[in-house]
Write a protein of this length. Structure first.
Length: 128
């Protein structure tokens, strides 16, 4: 039998990360949605299956990671990590509710660390 703490973590992970990421991606295929990812998906559907998948896969991965970081940001999924130096840090506390933005933002973590494709839906925004 699993430890009840692991069960609680698993339930929260599935509900606030996996299920909400699927719901977010499902919004991209609704006829009435017009935000950038939905428009990108609708345009991709006119292409060959391989091209469709090449557009949708990175968006689904990014949606899932965004939902994970958002759950950490809002405190619904409390997670701590151990640094290379051995220090245990609370991501919610140290991230100050901005992890999801640091991930998705133009010039954010994806742009800095990823070697794979992604759509920068915020590249046209200017800093004020």
């Amino acid at each position: 039998m699993q430890n009840p703490r692991i069960t609680e973590f698993a339930k929260t992970l599935i509900e606030v990360v996996r299920d909400s990421a699927i719901q977010g991606c499902d919004m991209n295929i609704r006829q009435d949605t017009t935000y950038p990812a939905a428009l990108r998906w609708k345009a991709a559907l006119n292409n060959a299956p391989k091209e469709v998948v090449s557009v949708i896969v990175p968006d689904c991965v990014d949606e899932t990671i965004y939902r994970l970081l958002s759950a950490i940001d809002d405190g619904s999924l409390p997670i701590s990590i151990r640094t290379a130096e051995g220090e245990l840090i609370d991501l919610h506390q140290i991230g100050k509710g901005e992890l999801a933005g640091w991930y998705l933002g133009s010039g954010g973590w994806r742009a800095v660390y990823s070697e794979e494709r992604f759509a920068d839906d915020f590249s046209d925004l200017t800093k004020t």
